[in-house]
Design a protein around this ligand. Sequence first.
Ligand code: C2E
Ligand code: CA
Ligand code: CA
Length: 319
Amino acid sequence: ALAAPVLLADGDLFVPASIGVAVLGKEVDVATLVGNADAAMYRAKQLGGNRCEIFQQASRPSTSSRLSIHREMHRALERDEFCVEYQPLVSLNTGKVTGAEALVRWRHPERGLLAPRDFLPIAESSGLIVPIGERVLNLACRQARRWQSEVNTYDPLRVHINLSPLQFLQPDLADIIAQALETTGAAPELVALEITESAIMEDTDATLNALLELKHLGVGLVIDDFGTGYSSLTHLKTFPVDELKVDQSFVAGLCSSDKDGAIVNAVIALAHSLGLSVVAEGVESAEQHQRLQDLHCDVGQGYYFGRPGAARDVVPLAG
Ligand code: C2E
Ligand code: CA
Ligand code: CA
């Protein structure tokens, strides 16, 4: 029944469904039952979606470990275990720090500091990325506010915040961001939102409206991982973005592969001709730094300038 297309005036709409099934056993409580069904649904999605999977505890250890991470993440939100590290963004013109990207970490009570790859995929597929993302948003805005007041001898630092595609689909996203700006007192021009290409390159008016609403708040908009999704030049022209972030895979090959060099060069030229500024991420060597300067890239980010770390480590570099 679900596979049948929905008939609309301008064509058929296919809505795939991923279904997880769990069977109620004797000693199973409601929370576990729903959790098991949820885990089976991840499995269905993992296998490509548009299918139905039945939960099987014994045969699927990876599912149960996903499940336990999922449960732990709920608790971690309550216990406030998510925190943020900041990685400096450096002007390639002046060599000064212009801001920092907020990168989420999970201070796990037993496993130590976890990086996004250890929990973000599950947070994304379970929807927990929405409350986690809100936590990050508030922490990062509070930090922007602190930099505003502390760093009065330098140009104020701008904080970059990652938005997951799921957050981007929230109808009240602009309100959530406006609220975070208001409660923290962060100036909108000191906050930039990073959105991946694939999240915004969906051809819908809704995307454009969402971006316009965010733009209206006064925050900066950055396309992250540029070059890895399916970029449409039309959208680049229409969407109110300020900055492109060249994906680190191209920067990695900048000095060793002619093709990567050509791509980085082309992205910078394209961005500049559209009036956008360009950040290169994943800069690890002096050679890459030099090459990016030669190509007139605006901003660099990477281990060469500084690893993600405490907010207080970002400030002294600004002088
Ligand atoms: P991203 O947005 O592309 O962030 C850059 C990633 O590259 C970070 O990994 C950073 O630590 C790493 N990196 C920075 N410089 C270098 C370098 O010179 N060399 C190499 N090899 N790597 C470098 P991290 O912190 O593990 O984050 C991974 C991804 O997780 C991020 O990729 C972003 O997509 C996502 N993420 C991080 N924080 C958040 C968040 O608060 N919300 C959402 N939705 N996603 C987040
Ligand atoms: Ca990013
Ligand atoms: Ca990126």
